[in-house]
Design a protein around this ligand. Structure first.
Ligand code: PEP
Ligand code: MG
Length: 658
């Protein structure tokens, strides 16, 4: 046995990707090799065990190896642990596209077990569009093993059954993974599949099942037990990302146990063309098995506008209504569905007349989409000659193509949060520079407005410790957090200054509520610029603007306008703060109205202050695409509207006809 000590330099420690890659490399050596950390030991050949050690960056571990190639394996492991980037180059973290539609209010449910014909139900608008089709009900039942114990003579055949089931599962997952095409959604799918294959091959997981069978346990029963214990261990971890691995373990366990118990799982792969998929909830793992082209619409009891299933439905453009107030028993009785993803409404078992109505709407939507394409290259001008810039709200580079397709005139809001949320560590200055520069180049010469990090305790980010707050929306978020944490804010400002050499980058600060905040941001920008100049790094100045999202900013708009180059009104937050109405609370959704006179007055005051100071004003909240409000905004003096790419063509049309 040989032994050595090493310090872990891997960024963020041994989380999923480094652990998976390390286990894969170590399996190539014939020896036994293990890591000891804080009194706990894990085989270096098991990614699950390595993850469970929860070794943090900068901590010391002991490595022990014994047997063939022990020295080689040990040296190799030491060098992996010493590499900060180790494991970072496996499949990238998923790119998540978050659409911006606000959820509609759910209403009360019917408590009976059958949903009557033509019943109209209200849930949460998860993904836009209208759909119609026969229901494909997906309600997986709990798997139960009929026997727990086997006879001694059965152990060997039971182990064979396990090996057979594992091989079948691995080959199925590998085939699925190999079949993934390009694109951000497929990349996300592949990353999930690879994680599942890892679990199915894991020494800790499979080893525990084998030991259970050797102790005369039924293969199916043991699998269910081992999977639940392991999933519960992950679910109890403090790290959000690790907790999410519980879902991977449960997904694999279900597949494996079903094969061993000879029970068929409801088959998502066989959803017939033209269906509306109906489920209690769909995990990411389940969603991957659905033949997307066959799904007209999606309806779930669970889920909210920002849940995984909603994000995926929007990524694939499937109209979806979530959070439907129905029981599982009621779901079973559904035969046919009409889905209105714009308003979060569902008609169960619609009448022929209702079907015809929905059919007409679907056709009209398709027709409208076709007709609107004529506006792609139009720079809309009102009949009295005012040109309005229609820009895109984006959250990732993956969405650039969508914006180009509809002829966005630049980017009016690039939310940098995703960049900070998707990784296991804060994005480095170089990484940020590359992203911002690519974005700017993609839209050159049109302006690209990048918003500095706007994040709070409601959306935690790996690498920032947010305190627990009673009211995170009134708490330490956006520019408030950034100003307190220059070690996070300055790399972003430096990256923006470096990317600004592209010539079309503007920067905007969210959640401003005091003039002093603008002064402090400017001081930091000046500091960063001086540092970059001293270091001889290429950079360029950018125009600085602010978002108007708080009543305080509206009431000091004259003073703020004197300090910045532009205003962009964030109506999503402005509405919530003016109306004292949580934008995510469906119960008070009737008060959350941008068209309320109080909010419209705040917008008008902002526009007047901008006019007096001679700066331009835009709108980047959801209301920017509201056909009823666009004429009023333009009348107030707004010259730029920024919105999700899906709304750009119709908004161009509205303005051209004003
Ligand atoms: C807004 O508040 O209107 C806005 C655009 O910002 P977000 O929706 O990202 O808070
Ligand atoms: Mg906002």
């Amino acid at each position: 046995m040989i032994e050595t000590c090493a310090t872990v330099r891997v960024i963020e420690g041994l989380h999923t990707r480094p652990a998976a890659q390390m286990a894969k490399l170590m399996k190539k050596f014939g020896c036994h090799i293990e890591l000891v950390y804080r009194g706990k030991t894990a085989s270096a050949k098991s990614s699950v065990k390595l993850m469970l050690l929860q070794v943090k960056e900068g901590e010391d571990v002991v490595i022990r190896a014994e047997g063939d190639e022990a020295q080689e394996a040990l040296d190799h492991l030491v060098s992996c642990l010493g590499d900060p980037q180790f494991g970072m180059n496996m499949d990238q973290a998923p790119t998540v596209v978050v659409a911006d539609e606000a959820p509609a209010a759910p209403t009360q449910s019917d408590n009976g077990s059958v949903v009557h014909v033509c019943e109209g139900l209200k849930g949460i608008a998860g993904s836009r569009g209208t759909a119609l089709g026969p229901a494909h009900i997906y309600l997986p039942q709990k798997l139960i093993a009929p026997r727990q114990v086997i006879a001694k003579e059965e152990i060997s055949s039971e182990l064979d059954r396990l090996r057979f089931a594992l091989a079948g599962l691995e080959s199925k997952l590998s085939k699925q993974s190999a079949g993934q095409t390009a694109g951000p959604a497929a990349q996300q799918d592949r990353a999930i599949l690879l994680a599942l294959i890892e679990v199915a091959q894991d020494e800790e997981y499979v080893g525990a099942i084998i030991r259970g069978i050797e102790a005369q346990g039924d293969a199916g029963a043991v699998t269910l037990r081992v999977g639940e214990v392991l999933a519960a261990t992950f679910a109890a971890m403090t790290d959000d990302y690790m907790r999410a691995r519980a879902e991977d373990i449960r997904g694999v366990t279900r597949q494996l146990a079903a094969a061993l118990l000879g029970q068929a799982l409801p088959d998502l792969a066989s959803v017939p063309p033209g269906s509306v998929l109906v489920a209690n909830d769909l995990s990411a793992w389940e969603f991957l098995k659905v033949p997307i082209a066959n799904v007209n619409g999606l309806v779930c009891i669970g889920g909210a506008a920002t849940s995984h299933v909603a994000i995926m439905a929007r990524t694939y453009g499937i109209p979806a209504v979530l959070g439907l107030p129905l029981s599982e028993a009621q779901l079973q009785s559904i035969q046919y569905l009409a889905v209105d993803g714009d308003h979060g409404e569902v008609i169960v078992n619609p009448s022929e007349a209702q079907k015809t109505q929905y059919q007409a709407r679907i056709q009209a939507q398709a027709q409208t989409r076709k007709g609107l394409s004529a506006y792609r290259d139009i720079h809309p001008t009102t009949k009295d000659g005012r040109q309005i810039d229609i820009a895109a709200n984006l959250g990732s580079l993956g969405e650039i193509e969508l914006a180009h397709k509809v002829g966005a005139k630049g980017v009016g809001l690039f939310r940098t949060e995703l960049l900070f949320m998707q990784g296991r560590h804060l994005p480095l200055e170089d990484e940020q520079t590359t992203v911002y520069h690519q974005l700017a180049t993609a839209f050159h010469p049109h302006p690209v407005i990048i918003r500095t990090l706007d994040i709070g305790g409601d959306k935690p980010v790996a690498g920032i410790d947010f305190p627990r707050e009673e009211n995170p929306f009134l708490g330490w978020r956006g520019v408030r957090m950034c100003l307190d944490r220059p070690e996070i804010f300055k790399p972003q400002l430096r990256a923006l200054l470096r990317a600004a050499v592209a010539g079309n980058i503007k920067v905007m600060i969210p959640m401003i509520s005091d003039v002093n905040e603008v002064h402090r941001v400017r001081e930091l920008v000046a500091q960063c610029e001086a540092e970059l100049n001293r270091e001889g790094v290429d950079c360029a100045p950018f125009e600085l603007g602010i978002m108007i999202e708080t009543p305080a900013a509206v009431l000091q708009a004259d003073a703020l306008a004197a300090e910045v180059s532009f205003f962009s009104i964030g109506t999503n937050d402005l509405t919530q703060y003016v109306m004292a109405t949580d934008r995510a609370n469906a119960q008070i959704a009737s008060l959350y109205r941008t068209e309320h006179p109080a909010v419209m007055k705040a917008i008008e005051l902002t526009c007047e202050a901008a006019k007096r100071a001679g700066i331009w004003v835009g709108i980047c909240g959801e209301a920017a695409a509201n056909p009823d409000l666009i004429p009023q905004f333009i009348a107030m003096g707004v010259t730029e509207l920024s919105m999700s790419p899906a709304s750009i063509l119709s908004s161009k049309k509205i303005i051209s006809e004003l």
